[in-house]
Write a new protein. Sequence first.
Length: 698
Amino acid sequence: MSDLQATPMMADTSSSFSSQGSQASQPVTVRGACPHDCPDTCALVTTVQDGVAVKLQGNPAHAHTGGVLCTKVSRYIERNNHADRLVQPLRRFGPKGAGQFEPVTWDVALDDIAARLKAIAARDPEAVLPYSYAGTMGLVQGESMDRRFFHKLGASLLDRTICATAGSEAMTYTLGGKVGMRVEHFAESKLIVIWGSNSIGSNLHFWRHAQAAKRAGARLVCIDPRKTETADKCDEHIALMPGTDAALAFALMHELIRNDWLDHDYLAQHTLGWDALRERALQWPPARAAAVCGVPEAQIVALARDYGTTKPAAIRLNYGMQRVRGGGNAARAIACLPALVGAWRHRSGGLLLSSSGSFPVDRAALQRPDLLAGRKPRTVNMSTIGDALLETVRPVEALVVYNSNPVAVAPESAKVVAGFAREDLFTVVLEQFPTDTADYADYLLPATTQLEHWDIHTSYGHTDVLLNRPAIAPRGEARSNAWVFRELARRMGFDEPCFADDDEALCRSAFAPGVIDFEQLQAQGFTTVALPEAPFAAGGFPTPSGKCEFFSARLAAQGMDGLPDHVPNYETAGSSAAFPLAMISPPARNFLNSTFVNVTSLRAIEGEPLLEIHADDAAARGIVDGAMVRVFNGRGTHRCRAEISRRARPGVVHGMGIWWRKLGFDGTNVNELTSQRLTDIGRGPTFYDCLVQVEKSA
């Protein structure tokens, strides 16, 4: 029997975690992985005594974690043991949204859910819609048995766009996939441009490498509308207007061309479409970009000089900059920059947005799309769930939500709430806590936490695979997501052998045999994917041409511009007298999307929902620091506390998110104001493409 098989397993039952008897046992340590939507994917070590988790720390043996955890995850035991943990299945008896439930047994809940889904599917299986995202990043609890279940049912497919698709598809069209530098090599870079990322808050372990580079003499530049904690620690901050990143990228190209800071050999051998890109870039002198971006021309010229003359130069790109109308084009433009200067020749040069394309995950084995049996169900975009749930021609009749809190996190939330409030919508929610979305469930099913189930993880910030072993028994009657869908499949009469795979077997099926060192994964909790140190030093991009594609024939074939371009926001600052302020909604440092909002110690640090506003904009409206304000536009109104902040530039306000609506002042959060419009590439949301007005609140 392997080590993995010998470890107590909780996939189907909690009985394997038995009492140790009356005498105190010796503490044991269990290796795991952080499940949260963060590039770092930390390795964890949980200390357990008498069946209770007593300590959680970063695994010091894992180089990327280095024994260090963020403030959020360091409170994970507090979250796991929270008094509001859901510990038994619940059935609604009050009005939708009131959060009134009565306990039922698992058999009662699952039998009724299966019967109702079966009845709906008999009429139209596409009337059933799953809704999930990255509440856990695990391949087992996030995208395995659930996908098998909905594929077999023939349910509508969910286009999972709410975070990263604009940037991800931009990388695919330009570099060939979500690939780039290895994060550890940033420590050797001489110039690091941190673009659209508050690394201290959202990518802490990358920040260690950036700090190492700075100590060795590297220059750090932060590009972000907000003066973040990261910007405070960099050598320079470029506070551009939201949605103007492509204009800045083209102005940098203009200066690289004008001053001949180019690697002509690399351009000739390893790029496609250079002449056309060159012509477009020459239309963007720094003065033009400065006017669009709202930054000094001299700052653009200086950054171009630094980027063109410093080797090796590296860009850490993140997803903040792509949540606008032109986000895909902007990410494409930035992704072109390293090839112009030959930065890819060095292992510590190039760019990293996401490393997730480096992992050869066997998703077909995990998700079994063959169970669709040739059917091609409709696809529903999760970023427009508000409109989808209010559709009357072919309505969604049943919604199964897991690993997500759409009532809090989806844009234009007034419509989302109206959709979830439909009495004719049958809603099942798998959750750990009574979130905003949980309040609208017909059945609320208690889900396990990361300390209580098996899972296997990749990363989008480094290149290690991590194994998560259950450390403790589930609280109460909580069960893993995979267990729930396995049980529903049995009740639906799905008799394919794949529906009998337990959570351990699912971990093993995530990679084809021999692709990763599974023995090492079992022994130490992590293993590294073998990759070249400088992946594109000699070209070899995973694009159709094998080159960095400045011009994408694939985009042109879709009727789109094959070259990147600056695509202005839908809601451009200065275009509306009624709503003159641009608003972005970056995450509060101690929350992760809507996760951790209910953890008392973390919410105490954040205080209350805030709007950061520049002193000039506040003075023009008679707003003093700490005042209650009304933030509004044509989509809705949100009340919160104003903070006159040096972090805000004139003309831009920051609605810090994402608070649970029920914990806000009027039962709203910042997504009352955001729109359901989509990005140019990738069908993603445009959270940061949003105009508002702010006034003192009565």
